[in-house]
Design a protein around this ligand. Structure first.
Ligand SMILES: Nc1nc2c(ncn2[C@@H]2O[C@H](COP(=O)(O)OP(=O)(O)OP(=O)(O)O)[C@@H](O)[C@H]2O)c(=O)[nH]1
Ligand SMILES: [Mg+2]
Length: 315
C-alpha cells in the first residue's frame, strides 16, 4: 500500500511524462490497487488528448510487427508514441514484446517511445476495464499516439480494441478467416482492415473474401478500407498511416469521435460501478451464514433473498 503522498508523487511523475512513474502507474492498474482511485482522479484532467489505435486479429497475423512499423511512422511524423500490449496471460516487457525485435530495438532508447505489456492480474473488471485506464495514463504522460494491441479475437479483445478511436483489424493468409472474424463480431468494430503478409501466397484471396463479407453486412457510416501490407518489409505502412489519419479526420469532423468517447466513458462508469456492486453483493453474501438454510427451509424465496441482499449491499 502506498501512502497518499506517494500517489501524489506518482501523479506528478505521470503528468511530467516520467517513464518510471508511467510504468509504476500501469502496474497499479494491473494489480487493481486501491490507490487507483487517487491516481485516476489526479490524471483525468490531463487526458483526452491522444489519438488511440486498437490493433486486433488472430495470433500471429503480424499485429506487433505492424505496431513496430507504425511506431517508426509516428516518429517520422515527430509524434510521441506508446504501445500497450494487452495480454491476460503472459507478462512481458520492452523488446520481447514485439515479434520483430530488431525493428523495435531501434526505438528502445528513444525517449519518445514507450512500449509495455499489460496483464490484468488483479483488476476486477479484467482487461476491458483495465485497458482504458492504462490508455489514460499514457495519454496524461503526453504520448500523442497510443496503440493498443490485443491478442486473439474473443469478446474481451474486441471490447478492448473498440475502446480506441480507430480500430485496425489485421488478417493474414492461413490465420483465421473472414467467417471466423464475422462470428467474433470483429467486422463491425473495424475501422481499417489490414491484410498483412501480402508477400505470402493467399493474401489476395483473404482480401477478396473479406470484401465479400463486408459487402454482405449492413451498410456503414464510414466504410472501412481494406489495405494490404507486408509489415516485415515495411510495405503498405505509409498507406496504413494515411488511412488511420483519414479515419481520424473523418471521425473528428463528423462529430462521431466525440460521441464515441462520451458513450465509452459512460459505459465504463457503468461497468466500474457494477463491478463495485458485485463485490459488495459477494461480501454481503459471505457474511450471511443463515441464507442457505433459510432458502432450504422455505423461510425465504430466491427473489426476496436477492432483493434483501441487494439492499444490504447498497452504499
Ligand atoms: N512473411 C511475412 N511474415 C510476417 C509479416 N509480418 C509479420 N510476420 C511474421 O509473422 C510472425 C508473427 O508476427 P507478430 O508481429 O509477432 O504477430 P502478432 O499478431 O503480434 O502475434 P501475437 O502477438 O502472438 O498474436 C513473426 O515471425 C513475424 O516476423 C509479413 O508481412 N510477412
Ligand atoms: Mg503480438
Amino acid at each position: 500500500m502506498e501512502a497518499a503522498g506517494d500517489v501524489e508523487a506518482l501523479v506528478a511523475g505521470v503528468l511530467a511524462g516520467e517513464r518510471r512513474a508511467v510504468a509504476r502507474a500501469i502496474s497499479l492498474v494491473e494489480d487493481g490497487r486501491p490507490e487507483l482511485e487517487a491516481l485516476s482522479a489526479g490524471i483525468y484532467g490531463a487526458t483526452g488528448r491522444a489519438t488511440t489505435i486498437g490493433i486486433t486479429g488472430a495470433p500471429g497475423v503480424g499485429k506487433s510487427t505492424l505496431a513496430a512499423a507504425l511506431v517508426g511512422a509516428a516518429r517520422a511524423h515527430e509524434r510521441r508514441v506508446a504501445v500497450l500490449a494487452i495480454d491476460p496471460t503472459s507478462p512481458y516487457t520492452g523488446g520481447a514484446l514485439l515479434g520483430d525485435r530488431v525493428r523495435m530495438q531501434e526505438h528502445a532508447t528513444d525517449p519518445d517511445v514507450f512500449i509495455r505489456s499489460m496483464a490484468t492480474r488483479g483488476h476486477l473488471g479484467g482487461m476491458a476495464l483495465a485497458a482504458p485506464e492504462g490508455i489514460r495514463i499514457l495519454d496524461a504522460a503526453g504520448y500523442e499516439l497510443i496503440m493498443v494491441e490485443t491478442v486473439g479475437v474473443g469478446q474481451a479483445e474486441v471490447e478492448v480494441a473498440a475502446a480506441t478511436d480507430t480500430t485496425l483489424v489485421v488478417l493474414a493468409p492461413g490465420l483465421g478467416d473472414a467467417v471466423q472474424m464475422a462470428k467474433a463480431g470483429i467486422l463491425e468494430v473495424a475501422d481499417v482492415f489490414v491484410v498483412n503478409k501480402a508477400d505470402r501466397e493467399g493474401a489476395g484471396e483473404v482480401a477478396r473474401e473479406l470484401r465479400q463479407m463486408l459487402h454482405l453486412g449492413p451498410a456503414r457510416e464510414h466504410d472501412p478500407p481494406v489495405l494490404s501490407a507486408a509489415a516485415t518489409l515495411g510495405d503498405g505502412v505509409e498507406e496504413l498511416w494515411d488511412a488511420i489519419e483519414e479515419h481520424e479526420a473523418w471521425a473528428e469532423a463528423s462529430g462521431a469521435r466525440d460521441a464515441w468517447r462520451r458513450a465509452r466513458l459512460v459505459a465504463e462508469v457503468e461497468s466500474l460501478a457494477a463491478e463495485r456492486f458485485r463485490v459488495a453483493v459477494a461480501s454481503a453474501l459471505e457474511a450471511d451464514a443463515r441464507l442457505a438454510g433459510d432458502l432450504a427451509e422455505r423461510r425465504v424465496d430466491p427473489y426476496g433473498a436477492a432483493a434483501a441482499l441487494a439492499r444490504r449491499a447498497s452504499p
